[in-house]
Ligand binder design. Structure first.
Ligand code: DQA
Length: 148
């Protein structure tokens, strides 16, 4: 059994009502429940954490040093394009992670086309709405099971 951690950045708590034409109608708790169920089906444990505060996300990443986390899925949201601190936290703990986005940032404003995370990530999944998380979870579990 592996332990996966899903991190969600700022404003993702508003999913369902936030710009649904871009981010869809599913709520964050729907997405989290679906991921937990899928991980459990394969015998893995999955925890989720959302924060609008950069320091809380940094602290949660640092805490993985003591809680046996094996793999991280992270949608850094707006911090994707700004946060050296969150990037450095992920680099410091050295756990494999997948960067996830609901939308395709490359098809949006120019400022969304820079990511402080992609070059450290095992991979990036973006543009498929809530399915981006599901696809990232499949990829993470394959990595964990050694089938990739
Ligand atoms: C996002 C894309 C980011 O540019 C944006 O700031 C978000 C959400 C996505 O999931 O598509 O908040 O990460």
């Amino acid at each position: 059994m592996a332990k996966l951690l899903v991190l969600h950045g700022p404003n993702l708590n508003l999913l369902g009502t936030r710009e649904p034409q871009i981010y869809g109608h599913e709520t964050l708790s729907d997405i989290d429940a679906d991921l937990r169920a899928r991980a459990m089906e394969k015998g893995h444990d999955l925890e989720t954490f959302q924060s609008n505060a950069e320091h809380e996300l940094v602290a949660r990443v640092q805490a993985t040093r003591e809680d046996d986390t094996d793999f991280i899925l992270i949608n850094p949201a707006a911090f994707t394009h700004t946060s050296v601190a969150l990037r450095d936290a992920l680099a410091a703990v050295g756990l494999p992670f997948i960067e996830v986005h609901l939308s395709n940032p490359h098809a949006r404003e120019p400022f969304r086309q820079t990511s402080y995370f992609s070059d450290l990530a095992v991979g990036v999944v973006s543009g498929f709405g809530p399915l981006s998380y599901g696809l990232a979870l499949v990829a993470a579990m394959r990595q964990i099971d050694g089938t990739e």
